[in-house]
Design a binder for this molecule. Structure first.
Ligand SMILES: NC(=O)c1ccc[n+]([C@@H]2O[C@H](COP(=O)([O-])OP(=O)(O)OC[C@H]3O[C@@H](n4cnc5c(N)ncnc54)[C@H](O)[C@@H]3O)[C@@H](O)[C@H]2O)c1
Length: 283
């Protein structure tokens, strides 16, 4: 199978390309960034332009769409301009990738949505229930999150319009071994993790979830939470709930350090849920 990986030069993109190559897939890295050196598997394209997306997906059988801009809205001098630019870039690129896939008769698109579609950073309101899973209402609070929610609507549209199968992977914050070393500073300020329920997902699990979603037995547009099985916190989950989310309905008993984002549906539909934990590397 020949798979186009958009954002293929990015952090997750490189991991996905390595994972797919290791499992015998042929990959095409599509990215607006220039690639150093020669690579027959690289195609430069700005996916905000439909014709470039159509050219980039020529001859592929499936797409892993990761290209996006993730400028946090509050981290710029002109947040209102950055908000508009983030929304426009991501929603347009996602539309163009789905449309280009339809033009070429590609039947499967796996793509990076985000945990933020369900409410993080919870500045406007709290979660309706915990743990967060696919039964929670979609409540984007930032233009980035809105662009991902729009992407999910685009995926539904293409499923309806041309029977395209797609999997939106709602990744939590992606981390790897090197970043786990910084956790003691994070533990010193437990409120820092409130915005996304102290959640994360290991880069290796992210890459595997993309591969599994390419061949999972699915039809239509599916959205899945993809988060690690535990929190990043050194405090028990019950203590975090009691301190920061008292009064929020908890739908089932939770383990000592169990995550507040639940990937059970990913396990059911992809055959595997994220299993890497920072606790394993700490041991
Ligand atoms: N990193 C995380 O913690 C995280 C969490 C949830 C979701 N996601 C999503 O996962 C995806 C990949 O994230 P990442 O961390 O690898 O980001 P990244 O910034 O490392 O990589 C993104 C890549 O997309 C490319 N790109 C951006 N705009 C483009 C365009 N218009 N046309 C073509 N290429 C373009 C960039 O050049 C870059 O190489 C994104 O969609 C992101 O929103 C990431």
């Amino acid at each position: 199978m020949r798979v186009a990986v958009t954002g293929g030069l990015g952090r997750i993109g490189r991991a996905v390309v390595a994972e797919l190559a290791g499992q015998g897939f042929e990959t095409v890295q599509v990215d607006v960034a220039p690639m150093r050196g020669q690579s027959p598997g690289y195609r430069r394209a700005d996916l905000r332009e439909l014709w470039q997306a159509v050219d980039a997906l020529d001859g592929v059988n499936a797409v892993v769409h990761l290209a996006a801009t993730g400028v946090p809205d509050s981290h710029t001098l002109h947040p209102e301009l950055a908000e508009g630019a983030t929304y426009a870039a991501n929603s347009t690129s996602t539309y163009n990738v789905f449309q280009a896939a339809a033009v070429h008769g590609v039947r499967r698109v796996v793509w990076a949505s985000s945990e933020t579609v369900l409410g993080p950073p919870f500045r406007v309101g709290g979660p309706a229930q915990l743990p967060l899973d696919e039964s929670h209402p979609v409540r984007p609070e930032t233009s980035y999150a809105l662009s991902k929610a729009t992407g999910e609507a685009i995926a539904d549209h293409f499923a309806h319009r041309c029977a395209m199968t797609s999997v939106a992977l709602r990744f939590s914050v992606v981390m790897d071994q090197a970043e786990y070393a910084a956790l003691p500073a994070y533990w010193a300020e437990p409120e820092r993790g409130r915005w996304n329920l102290w959640s994360y997902v290991d880069l290796a699990d992210v890459a595997v979830s993309c591969r599994l979603a390419l061949t999972a037995d699915l039809v239509g547009a599916t959205a899945l939470t993809v988060a690690a099985p535990d929190t990043l916190s050194d405090r028990p989950t019950a203590e975090l709930l009691d301190t920061y989310f008292r009064g929020v309905r908890v739908t089932r008993p939770l383990g000592d350090f169990e995550a507040l984002q639940c990937s059970a549906k990913a396990e059911e539909l992809l055959g595997r849920r994220p299993s890497h934990s920072w606790r394993d590397s700490a041991r």
